[in-house]
Design a binder for this molecule. Structure first.
Ligand code: SF4
Length: 63
C-alpha cells in the first residue's frame, strides 16, 4: 500500500495525523510529511485517515 498526497489540495489541518500519527505528521511549517510507510498494523488507520481528509487530498495505491 502506498500513500499519495495531493499537496496542492492539502491545507495541513492535521486531521490525518489525528487519526494515524504513526504515519502522518504536519510540521511547524505546515507541511504534511509521510513519516512511515503503512504496515499491516497501521493499514486500517491509514485507510480511515484517507477517508477523513476534508480536502480529499489523500489517496491509496494498493499493491
Ligand atoms: S487531513 Fe488532508 S488536508 Fe488535512 S493534513 Fe491530512 S492530507 Fe492535508
Amino acid at each position: 500500500m502506498k500513500i499519495e498526497v495531493d499537496y496542492d489540495a492539502c491545507e495541513a489541518n492535521g486531521v490525518c495525523e489525528a487519526v494515524a500519527p504513526e504515519v502522518f505528521h504536519v510540521d511547524d511549517e505546515d507541511n504534511l510529511n509521510i513519516i512511515a510507510d503503512p504496515t499491516p498494523q497501521t493499514a486500517d488507520k491509514v485507510r480511515q485517515a484517507v477517508q477523513s481528509c476534508p480536502k480529499a487530498a489523500l489517496s491509496l495505491r494498493e499493491d
